[in-house]
Design a protein around this ligand. Structure first.
Ligand code: CA
Length: 300
């Protein structure tokens, strides 16, 4: 019997408790690659970036699907319960949901430069609007400058509204991580496990990292930790075929559903799951110790 989509994600998250370093043993990488430069990131305040209106290419070509499968195998993802995860139907379904590859356009918006921290989230709790995170008392996950995690989608949504914004649409999140050049990762093409907080420990963090860590790693939007650290809720409901027939301007997912979309990979997952096009479903009322969020803001 195949795993449900939510169960598959939980399985992937559960893998994070075992730290391994197969990548560094088999494929030594430089500490920093030669970054591609993309003009345009605009820091509008210390805490937000502005993304101008315009087009970008969303989704993946069939060749990128195959490359993502290869990346999964390279990460030496463990066989789980005798089943090879990289060939699991649920995993392949999530990869296939990135197709088709298509140019779409978005209105301008602003985005939090950092994941929402425990300290910021606590202000909303103290205001009587937000419910406390389940990880608030964890010795690492609960640190003030670490991303708030273990919050449901409704809790994340409530915070962003309280903060004067909203959760980013899935397309807005991808645009911020991918840029107009269609990068595979925010920093470029190669799967560098040192350029964010991923499973494996060679980035220096076993659990979450401060929300201003990896601030020297460029991204097309200037936002930090889109790839890795806390995975991030976005606004849209999940559908594996939502890219089919999608509007080409400011697309949103289905109007209803029970699962929302999670983006960006996490400290509990290998770097391949942090590809900027990678998308996965998660039940909106569930929590995970590596799942947080950041907020977007309309420009008046
Ligand atoms: Ca993140």
């Amino acid at each position: 019997m195949s795993l449900s989509r939510g169960a598959l994600l939980l399985l992937l998250l559960a893998c994070g408790s075992t730290q391994r370093d197969t990548q560094s043993e088999t494929n030594p990488l430089p500490d920093r690659p030669n970054f591609e430069i993309e003009p345009g990131p605009e820091l509008v305040a210390s805490d937000r970036v502005r993304i101008t209106d315009g087009e970008f290419v969303r989704g993946s070509r069939p060749a990128e699907f195959e490359r993502a499968r290869d990346l999964c195998r390279e990460m030496d993802r463990a066989a789980l319960d005798g089943e090879e995860l990289c060939e699991h139907p649920g995993f392949l379904m999530m990869l296939a949901s990135e197709i088709p590859h298509r140019t779409i356009s978005l209105s301008a918006y602003e985005l939090d430069r950092r994941e929402v921290s425990n300290a910021r989230y606590e202000e909303c709790v103290q205001a009587g609007i937000c419910l406390p995170s389940d990880a608030a008392l964890h010795p690492i996950l609960g640190r003030p400058n670490h991303p708030v995690v273990s919050v449901t989608w409704p809790q994340a949504d409530a915070f962003c509204r309280w903060a004067g914004g909203r959760l980013p649409s899935e397309a807005e999140w991808e645009r911020a991580a991918r840029g107009i050049l269609g990068r595979t990762f925010p920093w470029g093409e190669a799967a560098h496990p040192r350029l964010g907080n991923f499973r494996g420990g060679i980035d220096g963090y076993e659990y979450s990292a401060p929300v201003d860590s990896f601030s020297d790693v460029p991204s097309p939007s200037g936002a930090w930790n889109l790839a890795g650290n806390a995975a991030e809720w976005v606004a849209d409901y999940w559908s594996e075929d939502s890219y089919e027939g999608s509007p080409r301007h400011n697309p949103r997912g289905p109007r209803t559903g029970g699962e929302r979309i999670v983006r960006g990979g996490s400290f509990g997952q290998f770097v391949d799951l942090a590809r900027s096009a990678s998308r996965r479903p998660f039940p909106e009322g569930n929590r995970s110790p590596d799942l947080g969020f950041r907020c977007a803001y309309d420009i008046e």
